[in-house]
Design a protein around this ligand. Structure first.
Ligand code: SAM
Length: 214
């Protein structure tokens, strides 16, 4: 998986590659899907959600330009896999999930596997998690209509926010927004497909059937 799906597509960050090689992805998917855990695709978890494709997990962490002293907010814990990979690369991970059942399962898994620098929180991550702000980076694993203002307010100076934005139906782009001197500079990292960010600064709940993907 590391060689064929990540290095072959240009991921060269050794911290990210080592973490992707180390975290047992089969422990984060439903048992019946364990034989497909390292396939080059997202897989269904419960609550109609997905564990992202391995390449997307690596690319988002790589794009966030994070390092070993950083505190990072992840919005969308899902299975907990992305948080586990991130926890090998940075100092602290705070991960917010809106579905209590997913959050609880992820917390139990992360604890059992010894990822003790991850704090899992239930809530609307489109509002961030102000209690632990500021964050050196924020990674949002669901697509919203725009960059949530609350997340920008919780970024440290020089902080990076990586998230998919859906500017028109079926037209999502991964962006990196960097906060410098109170200004947010945005870069487009390419087309993607994610489940929707549901929340006060995302989509309303009835939009949850808009997309079904990563
Ligand atoms: N990082 C996850 C993993 O490794 O399994 C992938 C998560 S999945 C692509 C996106 C997640 O975002 C879903 O679990 C979904 O419930 C969650 N989500 C959507 N809107 C949210 C919100 N406002 N706050 C927190 N989580 C949200």
């Amino acid at each position: 998986m590391v060689r064929e799906q990540l290095e072959a597509r240009g991921i060269a960050n050794t911290g990210v590659l080592d973490a992707m090689g180390e975290v047992p992805r089969e422990r984060f998917v439903p048992d019946r899907l364990a034989p497909r855990a390292y396939d080059d695709e997202p897989l269904p978890i419960s609550e109609g959600q997905t564990i992202s494709q391995p390449y997307i997990v690596a690319a988002m962490i790589d794009s966030a330009l994070v390092g070993p002293t950083d505190r990072v907010l992840e919005v969308g814990t899902g299975s907990g896999y992305g948080a586990a990979v991130l926890s090998r690369v940075v100092a602290e991970v705070v991960s917010v999930e809106r579905h209590p059942s997913l959050s609880e399962t992820a917390a139990v898994r992360l604890n059992a596997l010894g990822y003790d620098n991850v704090e899992v929180v239930v809530g609307d991550g489109s509002l961030g998690y102000a209690e632990r702000a500021p964050y050196d980076a924020v990674i949002v694993t669901a697509a919203g209509p725009g960059v949530p203002r609350a997340l920008v307010e919780q970024l440290a100076e020089g902080g990076r926010l990586v998230m998919p934005i859906e500017r028109a139906a079926n037209d999502q782009h991964l962006i990196r927004a960097t906060l410098r001197d109170g200004l947010l500079g945005e870069e487009d990292l390419g087309a993607v497909r994610f489940v929707p960010l549901i929340g006060a600064q995302g989509w309303p709940a009835q939009a949850s059937t808009r997309t079904r993907a990563r």
